[in-house]
Design a protein around this ligand. Structure first.
Ligand SMILES: O=C[C@H](O)[C@H](O)COP(=O)(O)O
Length: 158
């Protein structure tokens, strides 16, 4: 268990709105979370933004250092992952099982977890987010050099 208090944001499109509200409530009650920003979509206007807009906005907050981690939810998690990964410096993945959630941090140092409301049940989604918050990347591990290959490419390409 880590003691760090995470600065976080959550976001969804219309297809992920119910889970976004649920995860938002969980994070607000989680003592490991220092702050959590709700990037929408809002309950009263669920079609006000697509997964691309919300995913990129959250990823920009990660890249700017405004938050440490984010959770994005759409129908499958795929569109949110694609969108967030367009922002340089951001590593986002969909993960619907415990092992992938663990490795997304310990192997890949992902700052963003995406979930699919149309793919997994609500209790699994909540459990995966809670487990994910318990992991922290070890920059002295052998995985760090592997992640650095991506970071160096981004620096060259941008
Ligand atoms: O990845 C995309 C998401 O699943 C989205 O919520 C649904 O997209 P669609 O309406 O184009 O199927």
């Amino acid at each position: 268990m880590v003691s760090k208090r995470w600065r976080m944001a959550v976001g969804s499109d219309d297809a992920g709105l119910d889970y976004k509200e649920m995860i938002l409530a969980d994070l607000r009650a989680d003592e490991r979370v220092e702050s959590v920003v709700d990037l929408g979509v809002p309950v009263d206007d669920p079609e006000s933004a697509t997964y691309g807009e919300v995913g990129i906005r959250l990823a920009e907050m990660v890249a700017a250092g405004e938050i440490d981690r984010g959770v994005l939810i759409c129908g499958t998690g795929i569109g949110m992952a694609i969108s967030a990964n367009k922002v340089p410096g951001v590593r986002a993945t969909v993960a619907h099982d415990s092992f992938s959630v663990e490795r997304s941090i310990l192997s890949n140092n992902c700052q963003v977890l995406t979930l699919g409301q149309r793919v997994i049940g609500p209790e699994l989604a909540r459990r995966l987010v809670s487990e994910w918050l318990g992991y922290e990347f070890d920059s002295s591990s052998p995985s760090n050099e592997k992640v650095s290959v991506i970071t160096r490419y981004e620096k060259r390409a941008c």
